[in-house]
Design a protein around this ligand. Structure first.
Ligand SMILES: [Zn+2]
Length: 545
C-alpha cells in the first residue's frame, strides 16, 4: 500500500485546534502528524509527496444525513438539479424524452417549486412536452411529485381521490388534480412506477459516491435504507458493492422504519444489522423514523396552528404513545434512532420518546439524533443535552431564499420565524451538532453547508440562491462558530456514527481519511469558494481534482 506525505498544510486536528505542518500516511493509517522536517525524516523511499501549498488538510468529511441511491439515480436519469428555471426544465425533459423512446415511463428528480407561479408546476406543462407516456418527476426536496395527465390516467387517480394521512393531492379552485402529489399521496403512483432495472441501484450509489468523494465526503449515513416512499431497498446493493470492493466510502445504513408494520419488524432489522456488521466499513445499527413531513406542504407537525389560516397543525406520522414504545424497544435492542422531526410538535414528540427510552432502559442507551429541526420550541432547547440527543442540522437550508421568505415564513408566522433552524441556540444549550446535506434535497458540498452554518447566507457559488439569500442573513444570531461546523462534519459526526476511535481526527493511529483543500480556511472565510483538491479514504486516493 502506498505511503503519502502531505506537507506545508494548515492542519485541522479537531476541537477547534489548527497547526501548521503535515501528515504522514502509511498502511491506510495516519502514521504521524507534525512539523514538515520531522515527518520528512520518517519517510520511506517510496513515499509519495503532496505539497499542500498552504491549503487546509482536514479529517475526511462525514455526511450524517444523505440519500445516495436517490441522488445517484438523478445523476443517471432526468436531473433538473443544475437548473433553476421553468424553461430550462422544459428543455431538459424534452431532450431526455427524445433520447429515450424505449422508455414506457419517464422518471426524474430535482425541480424547485418556486420557479413556477403559485409555487407548484402543473400537469399541463408536462403534457405539452410529453403527452404520450407517463412522466414522474420528484421535487428536489423529495416531498412532492410532478406528473403529467398520462401518469394520473395510468395510475387510475381521478379528481375524486381522497387525501391520505400525511399526504395531499394538489387541486385547483375547481377541485381538479393539478398533477402535483405531496408526501404519502405519492404512493398512489406505486403501480406505474417502474422497478429499477437490475444493477441500477448499485450504479446509482457509485455515481453518488463519486460526487460525494469530490466534495470531501469519506463517510456517509444513508438516511433511508429499506423499501420506502423515498425509493426501493438499497441494502443488498450496498453489500454487493462492498463485497466487490467498489464501495470506497464508509457507510452507516439507517434502516427504514416501516410505519405499516409494528414491533415484529425489529427482528428483521436485527438480522440486517448482523449482516452489515460482517462487512468492513459498513454498519446498520441505526433505525430511521419519520415523525412528520415538511412545513411547506402542511405536513410538518406544529404545536400551534399554521399561521396561514388553514387551521391545520400537521400530521404526527406515528401516534406519540406508539412512538415512545417503538423508540424504547429499539433502544433496548441496541439501536441508535435517527428521527425526522421538522415541526416543533414533532421535535417534542421525538424528545418525549427518547426520554421514555432513557427512563425505561437507563441513560446509557443509543446515540439518538433528531434531523432537520426547522422549528424548536425554546422549552425543548435544554432537552437535547439533558437527554443526550444529537441535533442533525441541514446547515445549508438556513437562509433567506425567496421560497422560504415568501412561502414558508408566512406559514410559520412571526413567533416561530424567530426560532427557524435555531442551531446556535441549541449549541448554547449544550446540544451536540452534526451536519447532513439531505442530498438530493440540497447540494452535498459540506463547505457550502459550513459557509451557511457560520453566516446564515447562501454560498456565492450556489445556483439556487435566490432573493436576498446572498445578502440578508436568516437570523444572524443563529450562526454557529467555525469549530462547531467543522466538528459537525468530522469528529462529532464520527461519534454519532460510532466510529470516533477510528476516524474523524488528524491523529496518529486514526484511519487516513483526509480531505485537502486548495486554500487555508482557518479564519472561516472563503468556505463557499474553497475547492477539494484530494480526498483519501484509508490511505487510498478516491478523488483528485
Ligand atoms: Zn432525508
Amino acid at each position: 500500500m502506498t505511503s503519502l506525505h502531505f506537507t506545508n498544510a494548515r492542519l485541522y486536528l479537531g476541537d477547534g485546534v489548527w497547526r501548521d505542518g503535515g501528515v504522514l500516511v502509511r498502511d491506510g493509517r495516519i502514521a504521524a502528524v507534525g512539523a514538515d522536517d520531522e515527518l520528512a525524516a520518517l519517510r520511506d523511499p517510496g513515499t509519495e509527496l503532496r505539497d499542500a501549498a498552504g491549503g487546509s488538510l482536514l479529517p475526511g468529511f462525514h455526511d450524517t444525513h444523505v440519500h445516495p441511491p436517490m441522488a445517484g439515480s438523478s445523476l443517471l436519469g432526468i436531473d433538473l438539479m443544475p437548473a433553476h428555471d421553468a424553461g430550462e426544465y422544459r428543455r431538459v425533459i424534452a431532450a431526455y424524452a427524445a433520447a429515450h423512446p424505449e422508455l414506457d415511463t419517464i422518471v426524474g428528480v430535482g425541480w424547485y417549486g418556486d420557479v413556477f407561479p403559485g409555487g407548484f408546476p402543473t400537469r399541463e406543462l408536462l403534457d405539452e412536452v410529453v403527452p404520450d407516456r407517463p412522466v414522474i418527476l420528484t421535487s428536489h426536496d423529495g416531498h412532492g411529485v410532478w406528473v403529467n395527465s398520462r401518469a394520473l390516467e395510468a395510475a387510475g387517480v381521478r379528481d375524486d381521490v381522497a387525501d391520505p394521512l400525511g399526504g395531499r393531492f394538489v387541486r385547483d379552485a375547481a377541485g381538479r388534480l393539478t398533477g402535483v402529489l405531496l408526501d404519502t399521496a405519492v404512493q398512489a403512483l406505486a403501480a406505474i412506477t417502474p422497478p429499477p432495472p437490475p444493477g441500477f441501484l448499485e450504479e446509482a450509489i457509485l455515481a453518488a459516491q463519486q460526487r460525494l468523494h469530490s466534495v470531501g465526503i469519506t463517510t456517509w449515513h444513508d438516511a433511508a435504507v429499506g423499501a420506502s416512499e423515498l425509493g426501493p431497498d438499497s441494502f443488498d446493493s450496498y453489500l454487493a458493492l462492498a463485497a466487490r470492493g467498489e464501495l470506497t466510502a464508509r457507510a452507516v445504513l439507517c434502516q427504514w422504519w416501516d410505519r405499516d408494520r409494528g414491533l415484529e419488524q425489529v427482528d428483521d432489522l436485527i438480522a440486517r444489522r448482523a449482516r452489515a456488521a460482517e462487512v468492513p466499513g459498513l454498519s446498520a445499527g441505526v433505525v430511521k423514523i419519520m415523525q412528520d413531513g415538511v412545513i411547506e406542504n402542511h405536513t410538518g407537525a406544529l404545536l400551534e396552528e399554521y399561521a396561514d389560516g388553514s387551521g391545520e397543525r400537521g400530521d404526527s406520522f406515528i401516534p406519540p404513545e406508539q412512538l415512545k414504545t417503538i423508540v424504547a424497544e429499539l433502544d433496548a435492542r441496541g439501536f441508535d434512532v435517527h428521527l425526522h422531526a421538522v415541526g416543533d410538535r414533532a421535535v417534542r414528540e421525538c424528545l418525549d420518546a427518547v426520554a421514555h427510552a432513557r427512563t425505561v432502559n437507563g441513560p446509557d442507551g443509543g446515540r439518538h439524533q433528531l434531523a432537520h429541526l426547522d422549528v424548536v420550541d425554546p422549552a425543548d432547547f435544554d432537552r437535547f443535552a439533558a437527554l443526550d440527543v444529537t441535533a442533525n442540522a441541514q446547515l445549508l437550508w438556513a437562509r433567506t431564499d425567496t421560497e422560504i421568505v415568501e412561502r414558508k415564513l408566512p406559514m410559520m408566522g412571526h413567533d416561530r420565524a424567530t426560532r427557524h433552524f435555531p442551531f446556535e441556540s441549541l449549541r448554547r444549550h449544550g446540544a451536540r451538532i452534526v451536519g447532513g446535506s439531505d442530498w438530493p434535497v440540497s447540494d452535498p458540498n459540506p463547505l457550502w453547508a459550513m459557509h451557511t452554518g457560520t453566516t446564515r447566507l447562501a454560498p456565492s457559488t450556489d445556483p439556487h440562491a435566490t432573493g436576498q439569500a446572498l445578502t440578508e442573513p436568516l437570523l444572524a444570531a443563529e450562526a454557529l462558530p467555525l469549530a462547531t461546523v467543522l466538528d459537525a462534519y468530522t469528529g462529532t459526526a464520527a461519534w454519532v456514527g460510532r466510529v470516533e476511535g477510528a476516524t474523524g481526527r488528524l491523529a496518529a493511529g486514526y484511519a487516513a481519511d483526509l480531505v485537502l483543500l486548495d486554500r487555508d480556511i482557518s479564519d472561516g472565510r472563503g468556505l463557499d469558494t474553497a475547492r477539494v483538491v484530494e480526498t483519501v479514504v484509508a490511505g487510498v486516493t478516491v478523488h483528485r481534482a
